[in-house]
Design a protein around this ligand. Structure first.
Ligand SMILES: Nc1ncnc2c1ncn2[C@@H]1O[C@H](COP(=O)(O)OP(=O)(O)O)[C@@H](O)[C@H]1O
Ligand SMILES: CC(=O)OP(=O)(O)O
Ligand SMILES: [Mg+2]
Length: 430
């Protein structure tokens, strides 16, 4: 049997990342082979930028015309055209070459494993989108686009909250009327789970400990940012909640605020926002706290690399944004250190800011130094860019100190890997 193509599609809040893999149906235990990765980033700070990697072909940063690419859907159309027209990627020359399209769906409600998307699951996911309208809607638009352009592909939804199905009851329950909570499914779900699953497995391999014995504090710091407390390889707490708004601030998100704040911010909190669409209802409160806050509101940009640089040059607004992030991250590291009873194998930085933001890592580790974390300045400034997991701590396992690591997380690889492992169960019936 010949090899097959998997398209792994990750619709983030500011980016669309698509990776192409091949796999051999007869060897479900081996990892799929990466063929190419294409990303459109900066969708919230136009013009968006294209990055493409295939073998020796690397387009690092090419700005895209705002008329062509301005949304998740237009970014997907651009990407699929780009991939199928690349003569050096013969495995994917027509959309029909795609056997599986894996979709990162941020809110999966009670789903704790991937599902094939058929008419019923699609409607169920649409209904769930009320809980995460700003995230799920983009992914579902792309599911529709794949369904229309590649009718032969099996569309599989992978849920960002599934990794957190192990949250203990006390961590997942809000102190509100439990009848209403149950009826309306109001609980902590947590997100970035595909990333945390990838991080947990990669770090366990790096430290040569069984995944079921791994205790780490992981930080996924991208446009949306979260922290996760992992004990025995399972999530026991995480900073996002019912929706990805809770916890750490992000590119355009406030993170945790006193819930009463919004009623003092605007009298229209409960009204529908003009960006609501048919089937996607967004209140003014959601719009303000999810899309008009965070780094954008504090500094005028969502580019945390630029914010870090300007903070270093003395720009007061950028310095405040930077300090707020460090303050909030340190709070979670401290809380999770206690939850792990001080038995912490490593503090792990991941996501665009965690992987590239040397200044941010330096400031965070400095703030939690009293817990035993310490950086190697040289390795922090120039980490091993080739390694999936790189040590940047001063101690490498010596002295009983927790390690400090960077993990180049890969949500698309996580989906493709899981897809191959259960290909027979997920494939569309012929
Ligand atoms: N050199 C850098 N230093 C700090 N942050 C960076 C750097 N380069 C990129 N970033 C930030 O990474 C973030 C995007 O992270 P990423 O995980 O790709 O986002 P998404 O949540 O959309 O998947 C942006 O805020 C971007 O500014
Ligand atoms: C869950 C979430 O916030 O995702 P992203 O960081 O990709 O926006
Ligand atoms: Mg992301």
């Amino acid at each position: 049997m010949s090899s097959k193509v998997i398209l792994s599609i990750n619709a983030g809040s500011s980016s669309l990342k698509v990776s192409v893999f091949s796999y051999h149906p007869s060897s479900s235990s081996s990892d799929p082979k990466p063929l190419a990765t294409i990303q459109v980033t900066g969708l919230t700070a136009p013009p968006a930028t294209l990055k493409y990697d295939r073998g020796d072909h690397h387009i690092k940063s090419q700005p895209l015309s705002e008329t062509d690419v301005h949304s998740q859907e237009t970014a997907y159309e651009y990407i699929i055209h780009h991939l199928t027209s690349d003569a050096a990627l013969p495995e994917l020359s027509h959309p029909d070459d795609i056997e599986f399209a894996c979709h990162r769906v941020v809110h999966g409600g009670d789903y704790d494993k991937p599902v094939r998307i058929d008419r019923d699951t699609f409607h169920h996911l649409e209904a769930l989108s009320d809980l995460a309208p700003l995230h799920n809607a983009g992914a579902l638009t792309i599911v529709k686009a794949v369904h229309d352009s590649c009718p032969k592909a099996s569309n599989i939804a992978f849920f960002d909250n599934a990794f957190h199905h192990t949250l203990p009851q006390a961590a997942r329950t809000y102190a509100i009327d439990q009848q209403v909570a149950k009826r309306n499914k109001l609980r902590k779900y947590g997100f970035h789970g595909l990333s945390y699953a990838f991080i947990a497995r990669s770090v366990a391999a790096h430290l040569a400990v069984p995944a079921s014995e791994l205790n780490i504090i992981a930080l996924h710091l991208g446009s949306g940012a979260s922290a996760c407390c992992i004990q025995g390889g399972a999530s026991i707490d995480t900073s996002m909640g019912l929706t990805p708004l809770d916890g750490l601030p992000g590119a355009t998100r406030s993170g945790s605020v006193d819930p009463s704040l919004i009623f003092h911010f605007t009298h229209d909190a409960g009204k529908l926002s003009p960006s609501s669409a048919k089937g996607m209802h967004i209140t003014e409160a959601e719009e303000i706290l999810n899309k008009k806050s965070g780094w954008q509101a504090l500094t005028g940009t969502t580019d945390f690399g630029a914010i870090s640089a300007k903070a270093g040059d003395g720009d007061a607004a950028c310095k405040l944004a930077f300090d707020i992030f460090v303050d909030r991250i340190a709070d979670f590291v401290a809380a999770y250190y206690v939850k792990l009873g001080g038995q912490v194998d490593a503090l792990v930085f991941a996501g665009g800011i965690g992987e590239k933001g040397a200044e941010l890592r330096r400031a965070v580790v400095g703030k939690v130094a009293c817990l035993g974390f310490a950086l190697d300045e040289g390795r922090n400034a120039e980490p091993d860019g080739e390694a999936v997991v790189a040590d940047i701590g001063r101690e490498e396992g010596g002295g009983g100190k927790p390690r400090v690591l960077i993990c180049q997380t890969d949500e698309q690889a996580e989906m493709a890997r899981e897809c191959v492992r259960d290909a027979d169960g997920l494939r569309r019936p012929a």
